[in-house]
Design a protein around this ligand. Sequence first.
Ligand code: SF4
Length: 65
Amino acid sequence: MQVTVDQDRCCGSGQCVLTAPAVFDQSDEDGLVRLLRPGPDGEQRAAVRLAAALCPGNAITVLDE
Ligand code: SF4
């Protein structure tokens, strides 16, 4: 799994951080998403898929390898 984020689409809702805190964070400066783990391990993958589905800006892309 390969995860990317598009900060231009992020509105800083924080949903991703609540759903998958090991993979996503929010900047203290602008509130936008920061990607902590572009290649999440197995136990984090379901949470990442849910975060991508819930993201109101459609800013999270998940590619399966
Ligand atoms: S859920 Fe989407 S819009 Fe909200 S902070 Fe995360 S990436 Fe940004």
